[in-house]
Design a protein around this ligand. Structure first.
Ligand SMILES: Cc1cc2nc3c(=O)[nH]c(=O)nc-3n(C[C@H](O)[C@H](O)[C@H](O)COP(=O)(O)OP(=O)(O)OC[C@H]3O[C@@H](n4cnc5c(N)ncnc54)[C@H](O)[C@@H]3O)c2cc1C
Length: 331
């Protein structure tokens, strides 16, 4: 059996988990195995409806209320105990911050090797995986041994695809033997003010700034462009290190990995650790004073010029077009 570890928000699987289900759903028939899933956390059983479109036959959920909030060691112990009960051939999780953390704990607890950031998984024993190394600059083919193969899937290695046919998903509660030591690290619920802004991970357009933006105040023109396009603002690590933007805005290996339709990189050089976070974008537009900046070669479009001057002109033009729109509507 192939077991997919699903991350979800109140039963709605995350996009990366849908990608995991898609990959696991291809692997399971190759192995002649059923596909099952495990969802930890509050309202996990509500995921069954979505999972039925991904070929899942059984959904394992724990009803231990202490697992409702994120607690990496406890979640991992629950998955390890489930794996010992149901004996999957492969467990696939996401390579999100949480997925990577939990799966690493699972591997340590089960004393098994784990292959992180895989982009392809081919059936067999050992399992053959292709995985990203060095921030995605190197693809390694590796053979994974172990009585249970533990894998995380690199974000956006494939596109999530639901099946038109639906399966009957049986929900199976499972028991755990957790103790207080498993909850030494746990998320304490916090109420965040709803800013009404679209999140970096979900935005279809991301306007990101690097050191070339010049200052924290320089991001005002990027904010304006993001607002005009209904997008979000991101940044490079140079910018978070300078304290111009919070780490939650950072795109890259040690930030968020995103896959927007359009990524507008303003004053960003295109270091490999940055590109690993945005290379899944459908289109990249670079604005940079240096035509030899690495990002220019990796972008679909580039404007060579000072970012502030370029954005003043772009924002004015978008405002002009938007203002003219009503008059174009036929009476
Ligand atoms: C382990 C590790 C993890 C890392 N993780 C990340 C990560 O997650 N995300 C990340 O971003 N980086 C990460 N880095 C850092 C990365 O290597 C780069 O240092 C960083 O991305 C550079 O940021 P930058 O492009 O903003 O700055 P720079 O490299 O300094 O580039 C600035 C660019 O702005 C251009 N420019 C200057 N003035 C203007 C102007 N007026 N108008 C237009 N363009 C202008 C320049 O030509 C240049 O191309 C990581 C590094 C390591 C070692």
């Amino acid at each position: 059996m192939v077991l997919a570890f699903i991350e979800h928000v109140a039963g709605a699987p995350t996009m990366l988990s849908l990608e995991v289900l898609t990959m696991a759903g291809r692997l399971a028939p190759e192995m002649g195995s059923p596909l099952e899933a495990v969802a930890i956390g509050s309202k996990g059983s509500a995921a069954a409806g979505v999972l039925s479109s991904y070929g899942v036959s059984a959904l394992h959920v724990s009803d231990d209320p202490r697992l409702a909030e994120y607690a990496p060691a406890a979640w991992a112990r629950a998955i390890a105990e489930l794996a010992n009960q149901v004996n999957p051939a492969v467990v696939v999780g996401t390579a999100s911050d949480r997925g990577a953390e939990v799966m690493a704990h699972v591997a340590a607890r089960m004393k098994l090797p784990m292959a992180a950031n895989c982009t392809e998984i081919a059936s067999g024993d050992p399992l053959t995986v292709t995985r990203q190394r060095w921030g995605g600059s190197l693809l390694e083919e590796a053979h994974l041994n172990g009585r249970v193969k533990l894998v995380t899937l690199a974000p956006h290695a494939l596109t999530a695809e639901a099946s038109p046919s639906r399966t009957e998903v049986t929900t199976r509660p499972f028991a755990t033997t957790l103790d207080d030591r498993d909850f030494r690290v746990r998320l304490v619920p916090q109420v965040e003010a709803d800013t009404g802004k679209i999140s970096l991970a979900q935005a279809r357009v991301v306007v990101a700034g690097g050191r070339g933006v010049g200052s924290a105040e320089g991001f005002a023109s990027l904010e304006e462009l993001a607002d005009l396009l209904g997008g979000a603002v991101g940044c490079s690590r140079a910018v978070t290190s300078l304290g111009w933007r919070p780490h939650s805005d950072q795109v890259g290996q040690t930030g968020t990995r995103i896959a927007p339709d359009l990524y507008i990189a303003c004053g960003i050089s295109g270091a490999i650790q940055h590109m690993v976070g945005c290379r899944a974008a459908k289109h990249i537009l670079a604005i940079n004073t240096d035509p030899a900046a690495p990002i220019v070669a990796q972008a679909d479009y580039a404007v060579i010029g000072d970012v502030q001057k370029v954005l003043v002109a772009v924002n004015a033009e978008i405002r002009r077009v938007k203002a003219a729109e009503p008059s174009r509507t036929p009476a």
